[in-house]
Design a protein around this ligand. Structure first.
Ligand code: CP
Length: 307
């Protein structure tokens, strides 16, 4: 059976908990998994730039004993000659056992999945969704806090265009005792559809503010985000908003001692490098967790496809 992961909600809470458990097992005993995908091929179809997502997918497949093919920009594929996403997916599924795809257009991975005979994983589509980043974030929270319940989570920065924020809010809304604090400039507030369809619908308590320092003492998790230059319609607005929040050691004075500072990366200016050596900085742990959770996800999807 072919199963696609286009949205984090394609996985039940039980399945997410199982993937986290599997990723933890891989972390504890990587050798036991080093041949599990021998003979399998991952295709990475990246129509938009990426460092972490593409390379962690590729490293994940190599560490499972499989191989990788693909492209890292649309210009080096026949998309540059006008080939559709549908035809690309149908073609690539003749060569690979599983596809990870990033595309600037919302919904493109869903089109690919409809025309692929192998599982398609959404590796980020426009400002919409980034489910494997969300799995990475959940694994990180679990490893740092030992739980996914009873947490106050602050999201700070570009909450309008930040697809990782939308996906993580969706995922956390299915756990109990979650409280959300939304910190952004007015122009970059969380879209109403996420507030209405996710937070309000699930009865998740939330507050909106423009001030980071005033809410800092309440936070268990601080999820910083980059202002997404590539999604702005004009450069002037980007330049005005890009440095709205810069986390530096002074701003952490009233933070909890066990605060977990996360960022999906890449960062531009929003976290000072002076924070990198703070034990509460978890963003490079997130990078590594991304490889392990993608190993777990591909392993499960390929096992299901072989049944
Ligand atoms: N977090 C993330 O998606 O990073 P990349 O854009 O480098 O893949």
């Amino acid at each position: 059976m072919v199963r696609n992961i286009l949205d984090v909600l394609d996985l039940s809470v039980e399945e997410i908990d199982e993937l986290i458990a599997l990723a933890c097992d891989i972390i504890n005993d990587p050798k036991a998994y080093s041949e599990r995908c021998r003979g399998k091929k991952l295709a990475t179809l990246f129509f938009e730039p990426s460092t972490r997502t593409r390379l962690s997918f590729e490293a994940a497949m190599y560490e499972l004993g499989g191989n990788v093919l693909g492209f890292s920009e649309a210009q080096s594929s026949s998309a540059a000659k006008g080939e559709s996403v549908a035809d690309t997916a149908r073609t690539v599924s003749c060569y690979a056992d599983i596809i990870a795809m990033r595309h600037p257009k919302e919904g493109a991975p869903r089109v690919a999945a409809a025309h692929s005979s192998v599982p398609v994983i959404n590796a980020g589509d426009g400002g919409h969704n980034h489910p494997t980043q969300t799995l990475t974030d959940l694994l990180t929270i679990y490893r740092e806090k030992g739980r996914l319940n009873d947490l106050t989570v602050g999201f700070c920065g570009d909450l309008k265009f930040g697809r990782t924020v939308h996906s993580l809010i969706n995922a956390l809304s299915r756990y109990t005792g979650i409280r959300i604090i939304l910190i952004s400039p007015t122009e970059l507030k969380l879209p109403s559809y996420v507030k209405n369809d996710v937070l309000k619908k699930n009865g998740i308590p939330y507050v909106q503010t423009t001030e980071l320092e005033s809410v800092m003492p309440e936070l268990d998790i601080l999820y910083m985000t980059r202002v997404q230059r590539e999604r702005f319609f004009n450069e002037e607005d980007y330049l005005r908003l890009k440095d709205s929040y810069i986390l530096d050691p002074k701003k952490l004075v009233n933070a909890k001692k066990d605060l977990c500072i996360m960022h999906p990366l890449p960062r531009v200016n929003e976290i000072s490098t002076a924070i990198d050596s703070d034990p509460r900085a978890c963003y490079f742990k997130q990078v590594l967790n991304g490889k392990y959770i993608r190993m777990a996800l591909m392993l499960r999807l390929l096992e299901e496809a072989d049944r």
